[in-house]
Ligand binder design. Structure first.
Ligand code: ADP
Ligand code: MG
Ligand code: MG
Ligand code: MG
Ligand code: MG
Ligand code: MG
Length: 599
């Protein structure tokens, strides 16, 4: 059911034959960009969010809720009917056909008076899409559908077909993928062909009083004979996931920021690194996997595992240190070199080429490290077999966009239509159920970034501690349970999220940093200032534990459900009731976060 619009995708075998050529092409493209833009200056601070929206369908008669496989149809209608003049929004296809990505079509500025537009724009995206849906269908902002990968979790329903599935999945049908978007299937197929093994993720189950002990994950409900042979890598006391759709079916909240110059983009990138685990922890919203309550609150490690294309040799000999989806491997400024305490492999030839072109050594290492990876999705049109030809068809951006770090460093893109400067994409955050929460997290991040630059705050700690913090950010009840490595004045210590945001003895806290920044403007109108205060107060209360994370709210809601048997199982009926609540919370007319109040 695939239509090839942009050329025929190459198989993994074909990519192997041309990968060196492709990497050279991408590297030459990068050098061209670097030469043209390394001195670029005075770009305005621009920024924007990205939200991956999920589609669900309620069947009230049978008390079911299912993921709605309709993104392709919806996108066609939206593109036909959207009037960007009156409604500055834009939608993109995603990996799974129950997700569409929505963004503001015009980025925001650094003008604080424009920040209330963020939530307004999020609201219009939701409303615009909702207009094209039937009464029992909804566009919602959650990060992981609790029963994704359970039998018949989509509408229309598709049977499992592991023998014919491109990824041999027992749990998810190939029909979950977005048709006419061949990138997703080929990319995921190439991941498993490269590493020579199916997708295999084992998530520790949350042991409740009636959970079977030991817990052995069971797949008999899928109606597939000899199902055991498809899930050979499952582990005792773990929930087993075997499809790229369970990883890429997750949604997140991303924010892209444009720096004024190359140098400022390095500074910004380095200061955003310590914030990645903190914002992951604050936004955790994924406690349930394949219908079971788990010991984790986050999607992060699961996506990291799903997309890991390293071979056994590369893993065992540590030739490639991290998955392609991972916390950032290094800082970028030369002055940050002492914080880069994790060894990373990099492509020596590409490094030398970049150095010859005056790229600073630490940045050159970052770029050269990207090139230890192979491209995973390439079409025949992008392959340029003519040596010495002047046109690079395999662009640096193609390569860069197949590596999913917690931050993405994006060099400028210029053509007749656009001129984008040096940008950083902030990628760790999980989605919240309400536009208010998503706007609060995005705006707080931006205000914090502006404050850090304006007061010259330095948050850098060794990169190995950032990786440790990233793990702590995913633990069940992370905000309340964990401490995080953090730079307090001039030394590094372990602090709770509450202490980091709200301050403690001898530490002012990030909240007062942001408040001081806001107070330095005299011209903010009362209503904008009030909205900013509400966002800051929300972050502050969540950090304190007065307001639950979305993950902890979901856990509480299930534990209190009259049908929950304390066996870790989130049944269809429980999920249906949970999603009735979620729909009401998301679409309430007046903001009300009372469901999050902890007691
Ligand atoms: P990608 O899918 O590559 O991550 P998208 O185009 O989906 O990027 O989203 C980019 C985000 O960046 C959007 O929110 C958009 O409004 C915003 N944006 C657009 N131009 C700029 C710019 N020059 N600087 C910063 N952000 C921008
Ligand atoms: Mg996008
Ligand atoms: Mg995407
Ligand atoms: Mg996306
Ligand atoms: Mg996605
Ligand atoms: Mg993005």
């Amino acid at each position: 059911f695939i239509i090839y619009r942009a050329g025929r995708p190459l198989t993994w075998k074909e990519i192997v034959e041309v990968r060196t050529l492709l990497k050279n092409d991408a590297c030459n493209d990068l050098i061209k960009i670097f030469r043209k833009h390394s001195e670029r200056k005075n770009d305005p601070f621009l920024w924007g969010d990205e939200i991956e929206y999920s589609l669900v369908r309620f069947d009230h008669e049978n008390q079911h809720v299912q993921l709605l496989l309709k993104a392709d149809e919806l996108l066609a209608k939206l593109n036909e009917n959207l009037d960007k003049e009156s409604c500055p929004v834009e939608f993109h296809a995603e990996d799974c056909n129950f997700v569409i990505e929505g963004i503001p079509s015009i980025p925001y500025s650094s003008q604080i008076s424009s920040f209330p537009l963020v939530e307004t724009n999020m609201k219009s995206r939701r409303e615009v899409v909702q207009r094209f849906l039937n009464p029992n269908e909804f566009i919602l902002t959650f990060s992981a559908f609790p029963r994704l990968g359970c039998f018949h979790c989509t509408y229309p329903e598709y049977e499992s077909d592991p023998l014919n599935s491109f990824e041999y999945s027992l749990t998810c049908s190939d029909y979950y993928k977005t048709p006419e978007y061949p990138r997703t299937m080929f990319l995921n197929k190439n991941v498993i062909e490269r590493r020579q093994g199916k997708v295999s993720v084992n998530v520790p189950i949350m042991k409740d009083t009636n959970t079977s002990d030991p817990f052995e994950d069971d797949f008999s409900s899928y109606g597939v004979e000899n199902w055991q042979k498809y899930v050979e890598t499952r582990q005792i006391n773990h929930i087993h996931l075997d499809s790229s759709s369970i990883g890429w079916g997750c949604s997140c909240l991303q924010v892209t920021l444009q720096a004024s110059s190359f140098h400022e983009s390095l500074l910004l990138y380095d200061q955003l690194i310590p914030l990645t685990p903190l914002f992951l922890s604050l936004s955790t919203s994924c406690p349930i996997w394949r219908g079971y309550l788990s010991e984790v609150d986050s999607r992060w490690n699961i996506l990291s595992k799903t997309t890991d294309d390293r071979t056994n040799e590369e893993l065992n000999e540590n030739l490639i240190e991290f998955s392609r989806y991972a916390s950032v491997p290094c800082y970028l400024l030369n002055s940050s070199e002492s914080f880069n305490d994790l060894f990373i492999h990099y492509d020596k030839e590409i490094y030398e080429k970049l150095i010859e072109n005056n790229c600073p050594s630490v940045v050159a290492k970052h770029f050269a490290h990207l090139f230890i990876r192979d491209p995973l999705y390439v079409t025949d049109q992008q392959v340029n077999f003519e040596q010495n030809s002047s046109t690079n068809l395999f662009k640096f951006e193609n390569h860069n966009s197949m590596i999913w770090n917690s931050l993405r460093f994006k060099p400028p893109v210029t053509d007749e239509m656009t001129s984008l400067g040096w940008r950083i994409e902030f990628r760790p955050m999980e989605l919240q159920l309400t536009d208010f929460e998503n706007a609060a997290l995005s705006v707080f991040l931006i205000l914090l970034t502006r404050s850090i630059l304006s007061f010259e705050i330095d948050l850098r700690i060794p990169i190995s501690l950032i990786h440790e913090n990233m793990q702590r950010a995913q633990v069940k009840n992370t905000i309340q349970q964990m401490k995080f490595y953090f730079r307090k004045q001039n030394h590094i210590c372990e602090m709770t999220i509450d202490e980091i945001i709200n301050g403690s003895e001898n530490y002012f806290g990030l909240k007062s940093l942001v408040l001081n920044y806001l107070n330095s403007f005299e011209d903010i109108d009362i209503s904008t200032r009030q909205t900013m205060n509400e966002y800051i107060e929300f972050i502050s209360q969540r950090a304190k534990g007065d307001l639950l994370s979305n993950a902890m709210w979901m856990r509480k809601s299930i534990e209190n459900h009259h049908l929950y048997q304390h066996d870790s199982i989130v049944s269809e009926q429980i999920q249906y009731d949970l999603f009735r609540q979620i729909e009401q919370i998301a679409n309430q007319k007046q903001l009300n976060l009372s469901h999050l109040i902890s007691n």
